[in-house]
Design a protein around this ligand. Sequence first.
Ligand SMILES: [Zn+2]
Ligand SMILES: [Zn+2]
Ligand SMILES: [Zn+2]
Ligand SMILES: [Zn+2]
Ligand SMILES: [Zn+2]
Length: 224
Amino acid sequence: MEADCSRIINGLEVYCSNQRCQWRGDLRDISTHLNKGKRDGECQYEEAKCRYEECQVRNERRYLDYHEHDECSHRLFRCQYCWKDGTYLSITMGHYNDCADYPIHCPNNCTLNTMPRHVLSAHISHQCPLEPVDCVFRWAGCNDKPLRKDVHVHTADTKHVTLLAVACGQLKKEKKQIKKENSKIKEESTKLRIENQKRELEMTKQVETLKEENSQLKHYQAIP
Ligand SMILES: [Zn+2]
Ligand SMILES: [Zn+2]
Ligand SMILES: [Zn+2]
Ligand SMILES: [Zn+2]
Ligand SMILES: [Zn+2]
């Protein structure tokens, strides 16, 4: 009797508890239809949580596909420049700041084009027309920093003639100084050489005297 009752009840035709859902079916099938508390299930009007563990977004299942695919900040995401994998949040908020292939503009705005981040330092130090560079006459005292594109015009500036004249004068003075120092060194080495020769001569004389004394001594010893 009881079994009959439950068969009758379970066989009752019911509507889905989510009002906008068009589902109608046996009472025994409604829990499968709703699959409460689970992300996946037949009823698209049942509220569920985003499938990514760290995301707390809840919505009707029919909206979750779009959220998980295009919106969720915890969705799987690949850097489109270097193909590194991560979540949307980790790639766009963290990785983009140091991705070597991320496209950036030259800080001098020399072009509208972008370049991969790893190319920038070579661009700045060898190519960028808007980068200030040292004047070729820096050694002569020009501290101007013309833009790389203007270097030739700057180099031709007549002010360098004055600078070069001063620098030449300085060099001449230094040359004279060096010459003076050189002749001093020569003088001193000649002095040293002469002294050495004197000393050698004295030594030879001493040796000669000693030799003579020796042979005289031998002579005396020979006489018994
Ligand atoms: Zn339903
Ligand atoms: Zn989410
Ligand atoms: Zn990257
Ligand atoms: Zn540039
Ligand atoms: Zn210069």
